[in-house]
Design a protein around this ligand. Structure first.
Ligand SMILES: *[C@@H]1O[C@H](CO)[C@@H](O)[C@H](O)[C@H]1NC(C)=O
Ligand SMILES: *[C@@H]1O[C@H](CO)[C@@H](O)[C@H](O)[C@H]1NC(C)=O
Ligand SMILES: *[C@@H]1O[C@H](CO)[C@@H](O)[C@H](O)[C@H]1NC(C)=O
Ligand SMILES: *[C@@H]1O[C@H](CO)[C@@H](O)[C@H](O)[C@H]1NC(C)=O
Length: 339
């Protein structure tokens, strides 16, 4: 009996609680918000907004300051960089001055030494190398009646791949025009420390002995490649300085092969194998076929301009027909040269 009564009481209590929970407002009515309270809330919100706004302002000011700091740091770095570059340039010019003095001394010793027999003859940079001149630079090859060679200023590369190289061409400065006539290509033009063509007559003489040709190239990204021909010769003027090549090796591509067995052409002496005047079209003197797979005596185009023309200093096997190289050196030395 008592058990049943208890459960009834429990159920009714639950019911009462449930009813209260369903109507909390009736049981505990909150006070109606009055006008003053509302305005207080609004005011505090306004303060918060104001605080947040000022916080935001502070943050963006801080960001701006950070940005300025970064900009200033970059400018400082740039300045340091330029100072360093200036120092490098200065060092370079000092080095080349010293090098110049060494070369002058070399030339003086060379010229004071009498050349009596032909075995002593100084014929090219390889001979100089074998006489222990091992610094790259400008040398003067003496006149030799027996060999029939005139006095000639040459630039010797005594470092690359064992040294002993006589340069026959260089492109690097870009101020010398290479669109020249037959006569100028015959005797040579330009400056031996800068851009030049040594001259077809001189190249013919140098390559009467079996010679290697090495071509070194650099592009505007600073990458370098080379092409070497184990056999290279140029005929005399009577035979139009015809090119003969063999035994390619290198990583630039075999882009002189197409010019093998062709005569030399200039704009005023069109010996190419084409209806067009290739020398005029490609603005150089070269062994033009119809017309080019390389154009090392073409127009020097600066960075940014170097993809503009098809008459640039091109080597199709590396950068194709529309990319003018930044630097080229062509050099020869006798086959079988021993460093
Ligand atoms: C607003 O900032 C002031 C100080 O600048 C501070 O005293 C106040 O408590 C801040 N109020 C709020 C709502 O953050
Ligand atoms: C090259 O020139 C020579 C004369 O110097 C000429 O006899 C020869 O036919 C020419 N060769 C070509 C392929 O034009
Ligand atoms: C160039 O031509 C000659 C003969 O005319 C040939 O012996 C030589 O292999 C050729 N060179 C190349 C690189 O093809
Ligand atoms: C090189 O340029 C010429 C004309 O300017 C264009 O016709 C040719 O397609 C270009 N070649 C390459 C490989 O970009």
């Amino acid at each position: 009996m008592s058990k049943v009564n208890l459960s009834i009481v429990a159920v009714s209590i639950l019911l009462v609680v449930g009813t209260w929970a369903q109507n909390p407002k009736k049981a505990l009515k909150p006070p109606k918000p009055n006008k003053a309270q509302c305005c207080d809330e609004v005011r505090s919100l306004k303060v918060q907004v104001a605080n947040l706004t000022s916080l935001l302002g502070e943050l963006s000011r801080k960001q701006e300051a950070d940005l300025m700091t970064v900009v200033r740091q970059i400018m400082d770095l740039d300045k340091q960089n330029r100072q360093q570059e200036a120092r490098v340039t200065e060092a370079e010019s000092k080095y080349s001055e010293i090098n110049n003095r060494v070369e002058i001394m070399q030339l003086q010793t060379l010229q004071s030494a009498p050349q009596t027999t032909t075995s002593d003859a100084i014929y090219d940079c390889a001979t100089l190398y074998s006489k222990n001149y091992k610094i790259s630079g400008e040398y003067k090859l003496p006149k030799d009646e027996f060999l029939g060679t005139p006095e000639l200023s040459v630039f010797c590369d005594m470092e690359t791949n064992g040294g002993g190289w006589t340069l026959i061409q260089r492109r690097k400065v870009g101020l010398t025009i290479f669109s020249r006539d037959w006569k100028q290509y015959k005797s040579g033009f330009g400056s031996i420390r800068g851009d030049f063509w040594l001259g077809n007559d001189h190249i013919f003489r140098l390559t009467r002995q079996p010679s290697v040709l090495r071509i070194e190239m650099e592009d505007w990204e600073g990458e370098t490649r080379y092409a070497e021909y184990g056999l290279f010769s140029v005929a005399n003027e009577l035979n139009s300085y015809k090119l003969l090549l063999a035994n390619y090796r290198g990583n630039a591509g075999d882009s002189l092969r197409y010019h093998n067995n062709t005569n030399f052409s200039t704009f005023n002496k069109d010996n190419d194998k084409c209806v067009d005047n290739c020398a005029a079209l490609r603005k150089g003197g070269y062994w033009y076929n119809c017309c080019t797979d390389s154009n090392l005596n073409g127009v020097f185009y600066r960075y940014g301009e170097h993809m503009k023309g098809t008459d640039g200093i091109t080597w199709y096997g590396w950068h194709g027909p529309n990319y003018s190289l930044k630097k080229v050196e062509m050099k020869v030395r006798p086959v079988g040269f021993q460093p």
